[in-house]
Design a protein around this ligand. Structure first.
Ligand code: PLP
Length: 409
């Protein structure tokens, strides 16, 4: 897309969600993106060499699809625009974006600080894989500035955190965390999968990189895996080269195209998820069989003040605890008509998932006593996580009401 075609950031978020990165195809004049599945792109003698190093990318727009292709480029321009970044690099999955960025930034002898609670795949990668490769990792409660500051060392390269975090929906005050991280000489990575730029734009609050699982809200339909890193052009150019080319977790043209289509409705969907989740959270909070609810849109969220400042919408994720989790869990299959019991999140269908504290602690989180105590403050022995979909709020509340009634009998 030429500069003249590009929607500028003076356009509103909804306009940019539709138009950013997309211009009429110069050959066909198609106004929506065509899928370009070719793995190879024509070049002249001397323009394409065997090594990915060097001037290849400057000479031709595309050479080989693993290194970049038209649909990934359209998506990357859109993602950069919406998060207020200069550039974005797409990956085959969210976890490929996270592991790629961490492998790119960290080497033997380096130190990383990772949030004590995070997506299970990320938690297991840093606690297992990175440590085995000689990278030191400290777990910290990144929502507590004193705990974060104490974890940072002179050799700390990056701090990785999620907000809202999976699965307990704790928040990180990005602005304060960025100050602490930068004064320690490190970079701040924010996984914004639960928020998307329709809710929070971490770069505007001082984060250095934003990572997304595009599989979730961004794609929005539960039919395409994808991931991305957004940030400054200078920071992302070596990532695109080193990781994109040499690790090879490229996003396919078809998935790029599906996700591009999903992004067009992201602002509308996030508003709908947020409105419905607000009703469901209020319903749960007043139910006698519900012990505790955590939702950034509820005043009872312990960090409600941060949510008000940092989140334009509360998003669609809710966690709650019931009086008898075993009986509730066993009755779910019979009582649920709309919710489905499944992992993942951010799609049209509402999902419910059980997070067992002992199981997660043993397999994934491996927290020390102090951080396990903090985790249990909300999670107790286990809780249920909801990803609210696009159905009617009344149907979702009726479903949960039926399921909760087994606890009142
Ligand atoms: C799902 C998820 C990921 C991983 O994304 P995939 O696309 O499944 O690889 C990373 N971070 C968070 C917060 C997630 O929810």
């Amino acid at each position: 897309m030429s500069e003249a075609d590009a929607p500028t950031r003076r356009h509103g978020f909804r306009t940019r969600a539709v138009h950013a990165g997309i211009a009429a195809d110069p050959t066909t004049k198609a106004i929506g993106p065509n899928i370009a599945t070719s793995t190879n792109f024509a070049a002249r003698f001397g323009e394409v060499g065997f090594s990915a190093e060097g001037t290849v990318e400057e000479a031709v727009p595309f050479a080989y699809a693993r290194e970049g292709h038209p649909n990934a480029q359209q998506l990357e321009e859109k993602l950069a625009d919406l998060d207020g970044g200069e550039d974005a690099v797409s990956f085959a999955t969210g976890i490929a974006a996270i592991t790629g960025l961490l492998l790119h930034r960290l080497g033997p002898g380096d130190h990383a600080v990772i949030s004590d609670v995070s997506y299970a795949g990320t938690a297991e990668f840093v606690r297992g894989f990175l440590r085995k490769k000689g990278i030191e990792v400290t777990l910290a409660d990144t929502s507590d500035m004193a705990d974060l500051e104490a974890a940072i060392r002179p050799e700390t390269k990056v701090v990785h955190a999620e907000t809202p975090c999976n699965p307990v929906l704790k928040l990180v005050d990005i602005e304060r965390a960025a100050e602490v991280v930068h004064s320690g000489g490190a970079e701040l990575i924010i996984d914004s999968t639960f928020a998307t730029p329709a809710v929070t734009r971490p770069l505007e609050h001082g984060a250095d990189y934003v990572v997304h699982s595009l599989t979730k809200y961004y794609g929005g339909h539960g039919d395409a895996l994808g991931g991305a890193v957004v940030g400054d052009r200078d920071r992302l150019a070596p990532l695109r080269h080193e990781v994109g080319i040499h690790l090879g977790a490229a996003l396919s043209p078809f998935n790029s195209w599906l996700i591009l289509r999903g992004v067009e409705t992201l602002p509308l969907r996030m508003a709908a998820y947020s409105a419905t989740a607000t009703k469901v959270a209020a319903f749960l909070e007043q139910h006698p069989a519900v012990e505790a609810v955590r939702f950034p849109g509820l005043e009872s969220h312990p960090q409600y003040e941060i949510a008000q400042r940092q989140m334009g919408l509360p998003s669609g994720m809710i966690s709650f605890r019931v009086t008898d989790r075993t009986r509730f869990g066993e009755g779910l299959e019979e009582s649920l008509e709309v919710f489905q019991f499944a992992a993942s999140l951010g799609l049209s269908r509402s999902l419910i998932l059980y997070c067992d504290t002992e199981d997660l602690q043993r397999t994934t989180f491996k927290l020390d006593d102090e951080h396990l105590r903090r985790y249990r403050e909300f999670a107790g022995d286990g809780f249920f996580r909801l990803s609210i979909g696009l159905e009617d709020a009344d149907d979702l509340c009726a479903d949960l009401d039926r399921a909760l009634s087994v606890l009142e009998a």
